[in-house]
Design a protein around this ligand. Sequence first.
Ligand code: AFP
Length: 358
Amino acid sequence: MHLGRTTLSKFLIQQLRGGDDERDLAALLVDIAAAVKAISSMTSKGALAGVLGSLESTNVQGETQKKLDVLSDQAFINTFQLGGLTAGLVSEENDQPMVFEPSPGEVNGRRYLAVFDPLDGSSNIDVNVSVGSIFSIIRAPKGRRVKPEDFLQSGARQLAAGYAIYGPSTMLVLSVGQGTHGFTLDREVGNFILTHRDIQIPTQTSEFAINTSNARFWEPPVQRYVQECQAGKTGPRERDFNMRWIASMVADVHRILMRGGVFMYPRDTKDPSKPGRLRLMYEANPMAMVVEQAGGLAITGRERILDIAPEAIHQRVPVILGSKEEVDRIARYHQAFDTGTDEQYRSPLFKDRSLFQE
Ligand code: AFP
């Protein structure tokens, strides 16, 4: 063990020095780290702990719940409820927000609201592929009970956000608005150690991540981008691209933070009632903050994710994020398509979307 190492607690004490409010935020993030350690322990035991497999229940999204979804959800709920700093929470696993009243005699220090996906990518659990947890912290209203609409704050107002990845090692990656930093769990001593200070996503990339089985449902700008990547050296990009898809957003985004790339779960027509697959408040927003704080971009194709005014706690949005130059390019393709300013979209095939074409 190297005694000079920076633990998560030491790092947060150094970053969050702005009085009681920031001190409590640091304490809340240390609480989150404790929940992450508990989930990490469960996931790493796998079948030995009897936690694999599904339950009979479904969550609010209509998805079958895994045992670990429910156990992870409970780990976070206990942390937020007992920690005394959180006035309410929204979880992917629960239809309605939960609101916590101060216990008798407790000074109401519950300044925050927590929004989280306790176990993202849980379809990967039973095949022993990396999964993760995603969290977002926003401010609670002062001096009154929390109402459901208090959670509907744009991502730009997040005080802190991040994720844990349960892979070969467990890592916690977070931002409090001063860069994005990664901590690796030292299991022997139970501490998160700062191992990746000030992560920067390379601005250019030759790697993309998208579920290509949905290609026929994508909009033309996304089809164009992916086709150009696939054309490689012989296409307009004049270089070869590689493709990866883990089906755990956390693991795909983590790879992008480490070595660049672009991740897309775009708008598609597979289910017209859903504008995207991923959830704004506990998937897109926290990941957008982490990515932007690492020098990347996160958009729907047409707008910055962090600027979206949420309308519902389980709202879905299209997500395109990662290396700046690639995301910029995909935004341009959407704009060209929407305005009909690109030759490519003047074909009768795209006529119905070329609203501004003469
Ligand atoms: P679950 O948390 O329900 O497993 O969903 C994971 C996820 O929302 C996200 O982490 C992946 O990027 C995406 O779904 C994978 O979706 P596909 O099934 O289209 O690969």
